[in-house]
Design a protein around this ligand. Structure first.
Ligand code: NCD
Ligand code: ZN
Ligand code: ZN
Ligand code: ZN
Length: 354
């Protein structure tokens, strides 16, 4: 048995409020524990989106009743809220900025708005950004101009990771995350997954892009699942929304890569615990750990998962390495397929009451 610190997922969509048929704070945090994650940072592209103090309080109230693992909630950057939300930074996981079109209503086209948010959000509070290709280049330029740290979400292309390498070498304060699906899938997998189900932002990239992520592992600060559940009926419809569930497959995929000699356990701990703590200013969770059987071989079947969305692009894949148990602040929270932690036992790590 191998013991790891509780993993942190800095990028999950829990869908509540607004789309609890896809996921809610209960099912999503149960999926987190089953995947070995003891702390998740929840994205703000809910319905309504989390863009002001009222919406933040309302979602935190839901989370307090339903979350089974620890958490914090992002605020979303909008066209009107740059000045008003900066005072909420201490209550939020960070500010999320959508600079390219994706699922949900939050997208900022006008670069003057980017600058407003970059300047008014406290410099020591995290900003996480969805920006692809040349948008990512523009975001890095602006971060350099106002000299503030930014975190780039789900980097997927060779040109992006090479640009981030160059920016880091120049001392620009950028960090980045990569998803398991961009590490372990490419556009070559689209036919077998099915075109609608394979819809995701950023799209599954070329084999060369995928290889570039592995070749530049030293530039990747975090692994983050971008757990983005949609139901099979939605994925198989004529307008499939983009997004994959990821919480329950991420660690097994990384552990399989360890068996194959492509990653080390230290690589995982650095990118799923140490760097997320540093970038997002997260205190270590006391007495919190995950027990993993690194030799257990099993097949991925969404039917066994806790996520409400009930499918996975990794269906049928054989993996080696399984989460056996999770302890959260001293209490057993998960063992052998069963979530033990009750709804409401998770804590808001940005609440000053802790
Ligand atoms: C995400 C979602 O469904 O909320 N979808 C996705 O394809 N990644 C939105 C996002 O992270 O861009
Ligand atoms: Zn995104
Ligand atoms: Zn996302
Ligand atoms: Zn199956």
């Amino acid at each position: 048995m191998l013991r790891l610190p509780g993993l942190i997922d800095t990028h999950v969509h829990l869908r509540e409020p607004g789309a609890t048929h896809k996921e809610d704070w209960d099912s999503g945090t149960a999926a987190a524990l089953a995947g070995g994650f003891s702390l998740v940072l929840a994205m703000p592209n809910t319905n309504p989106p989390v863009c002001d103090s009222e919406a933040l309080s309302s979602v935190l109230q839901i989370a307090a009743q339903k979350a089974r693992c620890d958490y914090a909630q992002y605020l979303g950057a909008g066209a009107e809220n740059a000045a008003s939300i900066s005072s909420l930074a201490g209550r939020a996981a960070g500010l999320k900025m959508y600079l390219d079109q994706t699922y949900g209503p939050l997208c900022l086209d006008d670069m003057t708005l980017w600058k407003e948010h970059f300047s008014s959000w406290p410099r020591n509070a995290p900003i996480a950004i969805h920006a692809e290709g040349r948008t990512l280049a523009a975001a890095i330029l602006l971060a350099e101009l106002v000299n503030r740290p930014i975190h780039l979400c789900h980097v997927s292309r060779r040109e992006e990771i090479l640009l981030i390498r160059a920016a880091k070498e120049k001392g620009v304060p950028v960090t980045c995350e990569v998803t398991p699906h961009h590490l372990f899938l490419s556009e070559a997998d689209i036919p077998s997954i099915g075109a609608g189900r394979a819809e995701v932002r950023p799209v599954l990239a070329s084999a060369a892009d995928q290889q570039a992520l592995w070749d530049n592992l030293d530039v990747i600060d975090c692994f983050a699942s971008d757990h983005a559940p949609h139901t099979l009926a939605e994925k198989d419809s004529v307008t499939p929304p983009p997004g994959f569930p990821g919480l329950e497959t991420a660690l097994p995929l990384y552990l399989t890569a360890v068996k194959e000699g492509r990653l080390s356990i230290e690589d995982i701990i650095l990118r799923c615990v140490m760097n997320p703590r540093r970038i997002f200013h997260l205190a270590p969770q006391p007495d919190t750990w995950v027990e993993v059987d690194p030799d257990a071989r099993w097949e991925i079947h969404a039917a066994d998962f806790h996520s409400r969305c009930a499918w996975t692009p990794f269906e049928g894949m054989s993996v080696q390495g399984q989460v056996k148990s999770v302890f959260l602040r001293g209490a057993e929270a998960y063992r052998d397929g069963q979530v033990i932690a009750a709804p409401g036992s998770g804590r808001n790590i940005r609440s000053h009451k802790n």
